[in-house]
Design a protein around this ligand. Structure first.
Ligand code: SF4
Ligand code: SF4
Ligand code: SF4
Length: 158
């Protein structure tokens, strides 16, 4: 299970404790976000353009848990060593980050459609909706390539 720091999530929220999200405080909302039980857009203030930079950072940080209900893929940050094999082996990623085909790491900031990205030495899930396991025309619901090829046994599909 991906480890998300509630404190780090909290620091990226507006920290006004306005309760518009339906929680008693920003910290309570941060705890929900960290578990993947809330969405960033449930906090109306952070949708204000003045928070664009920190909202983007928050969404990227929460990517491992934000899409957990769609394709049920988790990356264990304790096991992952950032080798990048999941990025190269996933049949979808090179379509959106062609530099992978020549053995290079995908660019940072994150490509818009890329499923995996290695950030700060760990793989994170960025755009899981492009995974073949998520409903879509021509998708193979049985794909387990990233899980199979991860040498650290860090990826779990369930
Ligand atoms: S709506 Fe946003 S700013 Fe307001 S309490 Fe909830 S998390 Fe904090
Ligand atoms: S293949 Fe496994 S160990 Fe390598 S970056 Fe991906 S999740 Fe981490
Ligand atoms: S299950 Fe297949 S399509 Fe989905 S992320 Fe893994 S390798 Fe890519």
């Amino acid at each position: 299970m991906a480890t998300i720091s509630v404190m780090k999530v909290y620091k990226l929220l507006p920290k006004t404790n306005c309760k518009e999200c339906g929680k008693s405080s920003c910290m309570a909302f941060a705890a929900e976000l960290a578990k993947g039980d809330a969405k960033v857009e449930d906090c109306p203030p952070i949708m204000d353009p003045k928070y664009d930079k920190q909202r983007k950072e928050l969404e990227e940080y929460l990517a491992p848990v934000a899409n957990k209900g769609e394709a049920h893929i988790e990356i264990d940050p304790e096991k992952c060593d950032g080798c990048g094999i999941c990025i190269v082996s996933c049949p979808v990623n090179p379509r959106y980050a062609s530099e992978i085909l020549s053995g290079k790491s995908p660019k940072y900031p994150l490509e818009e459609h890329q499923i995996f990205q290695v950030y700060d030495g760990k793989a994170i899930l960025v755009k899981l909706e492009h995974c073949r396991r998520v409903e879509g025309e021509g998708r193979s619901k049985n794909c387990r390539i990233c899980e199979t090829y991860c040498p650290q046994d860090a990826i779990k599909i369930f």
